[in-house]
Design a protein around this ligand. Structure first.
Ligand code: FE2
Length: 276
């Protein structure tokens, strides 16, 4: 089903990000992943460590990923699933890890078409129908769904320092407070993205493809001490590097290899990204 994004460009210009309401069925699918994650992260550390998968998928322990500097890691553990590596599901033990993985694949099936519809609208609108195409299916092998788990009550400072995700677009929701997004005037504003609502945040690749028409959304997650645990589900949509053709050509993307930028964007956070 094609989704409608009324006044998407206007809202992006006004607020940087977009809030969308999911259908009850879509929301229930994401809620199931959050609940499966809550149960998984209660497992002993050795059981979680046994759920690490190739290409930085499955479980990642605290201390690997950061938002600004390796000296202040993101205050999270995480679990990642991708359509690209879904065959690795069989490497997980039957139990909470496999249940979580299955729920995350179900959530990808909800969020990928949503992201695709949104990006196709941007490409068509900004390119005025003549700009770079956005081939159907070009997000499928280059996007990740990550579930972050934090305990703000005991965290060392902010959960995530100020950053933008460096990708095409992120669609996210969370079970607790703390998210702040930077407004066009530079101020930071608390924003809630609790189901059935999700927040849509363009990243650097959207800025490049759109010739600067869409700004990357800088954001952080503050530590809210009254919050004992917080789960955030984040669909990091990226486009096949071979399909990274600007929707609008101008000085913003002249001589920029956007595909290469896509391949390497997560290295700024201490990750390696997908293997060629
Ligand atoms: Fe982020």
């Amino acid at each position: 089903m094609k989704r409608l994004f009324p006044d998407a460009l206007h809202n992006l210009r006004e607020r940087g990000s977009l809030i969308l309401s999911l259908t009850s069925a879509e929301s229930a699918t994401l809620a199931a992943a959050l609940e499966a994650g809550r149960l998984f992260f209660q497992e002993p550390l050795d059981a979680k460590m046994a759920s690490a998968l190739p290409e930085e998928c499955g479980y990642r322990a605290f201390g690997i990923e950061y938002s600004q500097t390796a000296s202040h890691p993101d205050q999270i553990e995480s679990f990642t699933a991708t359509a690209r590596t879904c065959a690795d599901r069989c490497k997980l033990r039957d139990g909470p890890a496999r249940r979580l993985y299955d729920c995350m694949l179900d959530s990808i099936a909800v969020l990928e078409p949503l992201a695709e519809s949104f990006v196709a609208l941007l490409a068509k609108t900004i390119g005025n129908g003549a700009g770079g195409s956005f081939p159907t299916g070009s997000l499928h092998r280059w996007s990740r769904l990550q579930l972050n788990y934090s305990r703000p009550v005991t965290a060392d400072g902010d959960i995530h320092d100020l950053h933008e995700d460096g990708n095409l677009v992120t669609i996210a929701c969370a079970t607790g407070p703390g998210l702040e997004t930077q407004q066009p005037d530079g101020s930071l504003q608390a924003i809630e993205a609790a189901l059935p609502q999700v927040i849509v945040m363009p990243g650097e690749i959207a800025w490049l493809l759109s010739g600067g028409c869409v700004r990357p959304v800088w954001h952080r997650v503050r530590r809210v001490p009254s919050c004992s645990e917080r789960l955030a589900l984040l669909f990091f949509a990226d486009i096949d590097p071979e399909a990274c053709q600007p929707w609008l050509h101008n000085e913003v993307n002249a001589n920029v290899d956007i595909g290469e930028r896509t391949r390497r964007s997560v290295t700024r956070f201490g990750l390696e990204g997908f293997r060629p």
